[in-house]
Design a protein around this ligand. Structure first.
Ligand SMILES: NC(=O)c1ccc[n+]([C@@H]2O[C@H](COP(=O)([O-])OP(=O)(O)OC[C@H]3O[C@@H](n4cnc5c(N)ncnc54)[C@H](OP(=O)(O)O)[C@@H]3O)[C@@H](O)[C@H]2O)c1
Length: 332
């Protein structure tokens, strides 16, 4: 077997297409699909089950993993690591961190761990998962793929006046203050989450390269595009965004993508997520991508001081220390 691929948010809009592309195109891999809810009344998880049924020869399983619960994330990492040691799964080839959370109609929400839900689901939980599972990777190396967005750029956009920002007071990351402008601030928190993810990839790549055991594990960050058909525009969004999807994003997609190729479908994004995360897992490339093309992230993500601060706080928030990760070099 070629190795294990872990995909979070496997029942997301892009995740379903990524899952199918993985099973269809890279059938020698073992797929571990994680979802927040495995109940048989979850329509999105049922869509994932239906995809798996189409590929009876594939090795694929669905695992419940609520990324808003760090204890569950650490427990899941232990289970996977133990199963790999026991030979139940092959060593890991790729971890693809696709799940995320936003809420554009409510005040910031805290998880049971006391962190902003958006930051925990989209970043902190993935930090824990990755750093706990490094020594379960194939000794030949592999790939870690983080999913970012064009919204991580600190550039004005038509939707909100607030740019993504790394606050001086890091407590504002994990405990953002309520604001009357729930939509604008929720959108900003999303952009900031993606800026944090993009920035964190840089020190992770550096530490991996410093340890000969992990130097062949490469980290890439992908902007998958603006996915006009994603259910994201119907999840925790105001009616204006839902109507925009119904009357503009979906029907006018051919025109939008002609005007700006960043607009595309979840299916196209799902295929590229697997191509970059699995198909190209051994090419040793690192860094930021738009679709499958190497690109430059926002300059903030390349700021060494900010990278260091984000690294230090991320491992602390994720409850990672030199005892529970194999990446000892990061704690010297
Ligand atoms: N959609 C876009 O236009 C766009 C643009 C740029 C980048 N992206 C990025 O592309 C990726 C996929 O986007 P998408 O549009 O496919 O997303 P989506 O359809 O909105 O799905 C979000 C996924 O995250 C999961 N999730 C939320 N909270 C979770 C939790 N507590 N624990 C575990 N999983 C949780 C959801 O599961 P439940 O539904 O069960 O909660 C769902 O599977 C994301 O990283 C997104 O930021 C998307």
């Amino acid at each position: 077997m070629a190795g294990t691929v872990i995909l979070t948010g496997a029942n997301s809009s892009a995740g379903l297409h990524a899952s199918e592309h993985l099973l269809k195109t890279y059938s020698s891999y073992t797929a571990i699909f994680t979802v927040r809810n495995v109940a048989d009344n979850d329509e999105n998880t049922n869509k994932l089950r239906a995809i798996i049924e189409k590929y009876p020869k594939a090795s694929a399983s669905i695992h419940e993993l609520d990324l808003a619960d760090l204890t569950a994330v650490h427990k899941f990492a232990t289970t996977i690591s133990d199963s790999i040691i026991a030979g139940e799964y092959p060593a890991i080839k790729s971890i693809i961190c696709n799940a995320y959370y936003w809420n554009l109609v409510a005040d910031p929400e805290l998880t049971i761990d006391g962190f902003d839900r958006s930051l925990q689901v989209g970043h902190i939980a993935h930090v824990a998962l990755i750093l706990r599972l490094l020594d379960s990777f194939n000794p030949d190396g592999g790939r870690i793929e983080l999913i970012s967005s064009v919204l991580h750029y600190r550039k004005k956009n038509p939707v909100t006046n607030y740019l993504p920002e790394i606050p001086d007071d890091f407590d504002l990351f994990i405990h953002p203050r309520p604001d009357p402008d729930k939509f604008g601030r929720g959108y900003q928190r999303y952009g900031t989450l993606k800026l944090v993810v993009t920035t964190w990839a840089c020190p992770l790549n550096e530490y991996l390269q410093k340890d000969p055991r992990f130097a062949n594990i490469s980290v890439v960050v992908m902007n998958p595009g603006n996915l006009g058909d994603s259910r994201t525009f119907r999840t925790n969004t105001p009616m204006s965004i839902q109507l925009m999807q119904m009357f503009i994003l979906k029907p006018l997609m051919p025109i939008l993508r002609y005007l700006d190729p960043i607009y595309r479908t979840s299916a196209e994004a799902g295929v590229d997520i697997i191509e970059l995360g699995v198909g190209q897992a051994n090419n040793g490339e690192r860094g930021y991508y738009t679709f499958l093309k190497k690109d430059e992230p926002d300059p903030v993500a390349l700021d060494k001081e900010i990278q260091h601060k984000i690294w230090v706080k991320s491992v602390e928030w994720a409850r990672i220390n030199k005892e529970n990760t194999a990446l000892k070099v990061a704690f010297k």
